[in-house]
Design a protein around this ligand. Structure first.
Ligand code: SF4
Ligand code: F3S
Ligand code: FES
Length: 255
């Protein structure tokens, strides 16, 4: 049996190869207690190419100005709390690597659009979650589960709504939709994605209730197939396709 021996590398040598950069961030700040209008503030931050925009915001908050406000929790693209506009595109700050941005130019960071601005990068998410709740995003079988038995489903039936189970409710889609910007009453793509997840679930019996809810003047027909939502989704969900499937189900009168 042969044994591979790796050449030892001094930790100092490894560290010296990692270069840092000074990156300029221009952050749209707003303090409702002081500001009448949002204002853009510049920060120069020393970063490594492996850092993410969330790391830069932490550096600003922890080393420069503790009043900078933003939401984050998991830091790994799971909780959906740090969607923001980075260089004009909706992204998760924790999933946006500095090396993927053009750092020869300033990086602009601002809150997502279409929802009321509360402070700095924080918006009021309540209108977003109100639409989510309205589509009844929970399983509603017409018969009770038999004690000791699972409610089974074939692999083929499960695959029909697999894509829309991936949603993390970050609002990147809804807040990138031009229809939602002009009409905050529109349910928005995220609510429709979460309705889709249950409408096409063979174990659920409330598909027609949800289809009725979405066959409303603020429902699926407001979608103009702009595709901004699909491009913005950090989970790669085919949002516009899901909306089209719900539209077809409304026309059919069932899934
Ligand atoms: Fe976020 Fe995608 Fe869900 Fe929209 S569909 S809320 S962009 S994860
Ligand atoms: Fe808006 Fe997406 Fe439709 S961006 S218009 S919901 S395709
Ligand atoms: Fe949880 Fe970014 S902090 S998704």
């Amino acid at each position: 049996m042969s044994t591979a021996v790796a050449e030892a590398t001094a930790p100092e040598a490894e560290e010296s190869e990692v270069q840092s950069f000074l990156v300029t961030f221009i952050v749209r700040r707003f303090d409702p207690e002081v500001d009448e209008e949002p204002r853009w503030v510049d920060y120069d931050v020393e970063l490594y190419s492996t850092d993410r925009v969330l790391d830069a915001l932490h550096k600003i908050k922890w080393e420069v100005d503790g009043s900078l406000s933003f939401r984050r929790s998991c830091a790994h693209g799971i909780c959906g709390s740090d969607a923001m506009r980075i260089n004009g595109r909706n992204r998760l700050a924790c999933k946006t690597l500095i090396k993927d941005l053009d750092i020869s130019q300033p990086i602009y960071v601002e809150a997502i659009k279409g929802l009321p601005l509360e402070k700095d990068l924080i918006v009021d998410m309540e209108p977003f979650f109100a639409s989510y709740r309205e589509v009844q995003p929970f399983l509603q079988p017409s018969s009770p589960t038999t004690p000791g038995k699972e409610r089974t489903q074939s692999i083929k039936d499960r695959a029909i709504f697999d894509d829309t189970t991936k949603c993390i409710l970050c609002a990147a889609c809804t807040s990138s939709c031009p229809v939602f910007w002009t009409d905050g009453q529109y349910f928005g793509p995220a609510a429709i994605v979460n309705a889709h997840r249950f409408i096409f679930d063979s174990r659920d019996d409330a598909a027609n209730v949800r289809l009725d809810i979405l066959n409303d003047k603020e429902g699926v027909w407001r979608c103009r197939t702009t595709f901004n939502c699909s491009e913005a989704c950090p989970r790669g969900i085919e949002v516009t396709k899901a909306i089209a499937e719900v539209k077809r189900a409304v026309l059919r009168g069932g899934r």
